[in-house]
Design a protein around this ligand. Structure first.
Ligand SMILES: Nc1ncnc2c1ncn2[C@@H]1O[C@H](COP(=O)(O)OP(=O)(O)O)[C@@H](O)[C@H]1O
Ligand SMILES: O=C(CO)[C@@H](O)[C@H](O)COP(=O)(O)O
Length: 475
């Protein structure tokens, strides 16, 4: 029997690295590996890039195919600021996407150029998550570290560079920096934040190798490494996503997105106008508080995470880490509408509702990027990420969206998308076409439930008051 052509896809996300060894022809998963990350939350949200490398090495080895893989690619958590010194060593731990200390710098960037300018020129109005705001924070807060920095990378760029020795990024992940445009890095933004463009990597086009594995790494030297991309862009590839199909990802972050033919330009900042990993766009809204926040509320209540109960009038906004959508970076969690007969199970359900609400509220805006006809309300939402495994999450999304929900049988869609990118290097196909050939989005469809407009109304009203109560100033 002929040996399969095997590729490895890696998802280096906030909480862990996951690696899949995949048969490039059929998409069958032949081996899996996983290794956890530590996030230091004492001051902001930081991780040591060296532990991502160790986790990658461990997870790739655990697939059992490291020495036989014919190509590899990495999908990584977006936006993180990796700063390297002249010797290529981290100057300090990476500032992660969910570190809101850079909120004042994001506000300054919006004040300086104006929200409409950002939407038109860059495609996104920057919030604290954007790498440009993080670099501005570093310049203002740790100028010595900024001065010592000889290279600025995103998490997946850094890992690809450690594998290959090549300074590289891709358009998808680069579009979350705040300084990328389709025509190159934006000089006015870089000048304003004091970042020398020479510190940035070149953008490798889709479908080409970023480089080849160096000796001493987890792979056979010379193995081709595809460009990789941001984790949401990788999941879009992994689903073989076509324009107009909505995706809701429930992980450390909550994200809602689709692929679009038109470039998004939302001056409200709710919808980020990311590029996808090919030649299209990825309008996306993101929350900071998703599975971890709901799990934390379940722990506080002493309940299993599935142990929800219907009814009641409680509203719980689980903004334990501040929030990005709505833009309340300094918010904390808020409980409203308690009554004598409110049960713990209802409180837990309220946490799910509060976490899902803003994602679903942004869905129409995400889909509207390609015009009103693109938003077919009967089209199922593809539900992915760790939370998609949970019945309580599935039912919450059905109840608050009024749409059917499709559960792709394939798991780990970020790693699968990276694997599809690696396979595309071997076959010359487009990575999304590879994933469609693999049938990765196939899975059961749960029918729509009647939309719970009363719950939506309660949450909307609470948020509108919460904005005034919690403010967005740095207290
Ligand atoms: N059966 C489940 N029900 C609800 N949540 C789950 C379930 N299984 C895993 N999770 C959640 O999934 C999260 C991890 O999802 P994942 O998409 O891997 O996150 P990330 O990519 O951000 O690291 C964990 O926070 C965990 O709470
Ligand atoms: O910031 C965003 C999207 O803009 C996040 O979606 C990050 O990309 C983190 O992803 P996970 O670790 O939650 O998968």
């Amino acid at each position: 029997m002929a040996h399969p052509q095997v590729v490895i896809g890696v998802d280096s996300s906030t909480q862990s690295t996951k690696a899949l060894a995949v048969d490039a022809e059929t998409g069958q998963v032949l081996g899996e590996g996983r290794a956890p990350h530590r996030v230091d939350s004492r001051h902001g949200q930081e991780s040591d890039p060296d532990q991502w490398w160790d986790a990658l090495t461990t997870a790739v080895a655990a697939t059992g195919w490291a020495d036989r893989a014919q190509a590899l690619a990495i999908g990584g958590q977006q936006h993180g600021l990796v700063t390297l010194d002249a010797a290529g060593r981290p100057v300090r731990p990476a500032l992660l996407w969910n570190d809101v200390r850079s909120a004042p710098q994001a506000a300054d960037l919006v004040r300086k150029f104006g929200a409409q300018w950002w939407a038109t020129e860059i495609g996104s109005v920057p919030g604290a998550s954007f790498t440009a705001a993080k670099w501005a924070w570093l310049r203002a807060t740790e100028p010595d570290n900024a001065d010592r920095t000889a290279a600025v990378r995103l998490p997946h760029d850094h890992l690809t560079e450690r594998l290959t020795g090549t300074a590289t990024t891709d358009r998808g992940d680069a579009s979350g920096t705040g300084w990328w445009t389709p025509d190159g890095y934006h000089t006015a933004v870089l000048d304003h934040i004091g970042l020398d463009p020479a510190l940035l990597p070149a953008v490798t086009p889709a479908g080409t190798a970023a480089g080849h594995a160096l000796p001493g790494g987890p792979l056979r030297p010379g193995t081709p490494i595809a460009t990789g991309t941001g984790d949401n862009m990788a999941a879009a590839l992994g689903l073989g996503l076509t324009p107009g199909t909505p995706v809701l990802s429930l992980g450390t972050s909550g994200t809602v997105y689709t692929v679009a033919r038109n470039r998004p330009a939302d001056p409200t900042g709710t919808v980020a106008g990311f590029a996808d990993a090919l030649d299209g766009w990825l309008p996306l809204a993101c929350t900071l508080n998703c599975t971890l926040a709901v799990d934390r509320i379940a722990t506080l209540l002493g309940r299993d995470r599935q142990d929800v109960e219907p009814g009641g009038t409680a509203v719980l906004l689980p903004y334990l880490d501040g929030e990005r959508t709505p833009a309340l970076p300094h918010a904390s969690g808020l409980l409203h509408g308690l009554r004598h007969d409110t049960t713990p199970g209802q409180l837990l359900q309220a946490a799910y509702d509060g976490a899902a609400y803003s994602l679903l509220a942004a869905l129409d805006d995400v889909l509207a990027v390609d015009g009103p006809d693109a938003a077919d309300p009967d089209r199922p939402i593809l539900l992915i990420g760790g939370g998609a495994q949970g019945r309580a999450w599935q039912d919450t999304v059905r109840r608050l969206s009024g749409r059917p929900v499709q559960l792709p049988a394939a798991r780990e869609l970020v790693a699968l998308g990276a694997a599809a990118q690696a396979a595309a290097l071997l076959t010359g196909e487009s990575a999304d076409a590879v994933a469609r050939r693999w049938g990765t989005a196939d899975g059961p469809v749960l029918p729509a439930l009647t939309r719970d407009d009363a719950a939506l109304e309660r949450i909307a009203t609470t948020i509108s008051h919460a904005a005034a109560l919690q403010g967005d100033g740095a207290h």
